[in-house]
Design a protein around this ligand. Structure first.
Ligand code: AMP
Length: 223
């Protein structure tokens, strides 16, 4: 099953994708993660992407489409993928259709995580993760039980994304409204969009998404 998690930055796409990997054994394809890795490794792609990402701007379509095609060629994607952060523009929508068709596959479902945008800046600017295990925290909403120590792995090192500051978040929201939000009607016209309330507690959002996927035939790992 191929699904897209759709919504503005801070809607919780990455968090929910992690849950689906855990609960359904699906593969998460986060283009943001791929780019961050490229920046870290200092590759050619990383050099192009780094500054744009820091400024909250989208990376050019041709580059993103090439990256996605290469990722879809890896064998772990054969049984389906959760697209987290792709597509973000109309040309990327067309490219995804083509890339999947070439691989005898198709998109099954788009899940829009609906959020109150006033909450987003606060959500994003306060978030950070454990450098070791990736567990997510928030300055205001979810501090570790013991200050400065990861609840999961005990590490004392944490990191924040360089584009999780207020200025970059506002730029990311502008990009979202101009280029990404307009692609939702394309999928709505195909009748494949389901909606969840992203303002509910994280666990409830996960339950709703799981219900949608089970209705479509996805099987949880424990079942
Ligand atoms: P994300 O982790 O999904 O929030 O993405 C972080 C940043 O990576 C975005 O603000 C963009 O600069 C870049 N990016 C990720 N995915 C895409 C995409 N599909 N198209 C263009 N830029 C992207």
């Amino acid at each position: 099953m191929n699904i897209i998690l759709f919504g503005p930055p801070g809607a919780g796409k990455g968090t929910q994708a992690h849950r689906l990997v855990h609960d359904f054994g699906m593969v998460q394809l986060s283009t943001g993660d791929i780019l961050r890795q490229a920046v870290k490794e200092g590759t050619e792609v990383g050099k192009i992407a780094g500054e744009l990402m820091k400024a909250g701007k989208l990376i050019p379509d041709d580059l993103m489409i090439r990256i996605l095609g290469e990722r879809l060629d890896k064998p772990d994607t054969k049984n389906g993928v959760i697209f987290d952060g792709f597509p973000r523009t109309k040309p990327q929508v067309e490219a995804l259709d083509k890339l999947l068709a070439e691989r005898h596959s198709k998109l099954d479902c788009v899940i829009e995580i609906k959020v109150d945008e006033n909450a987003l800046v606060k959500r994003i600017v306060g978030r950070y993760v454990c450098s070791k295990c990736g567990a997510g925290y928030h300055d205001e909403f979810k501090r570790p039980h013991k200050e400065g120590v990861c609840d999961i792995c005990g590490s004392t090192e944490f990191k924040r994304r360089p584009d999780d500051n207020e200025e970059a978040v506002r730029a990311r929201l502008v990009e979202y409204h101009e280029k990404t939000a307009p692609i939702l009607p394309v999928y709505e016209a195909r009748g494949i969009v389901a909606y969840v309330d992203g303002m509910l507690p994280m666990g409830n959002v996960a339950t709703k998404i799981a219900e949608i996927l089970k209705e479509k035939g996805a099987k949880p790992i424990s079942a």
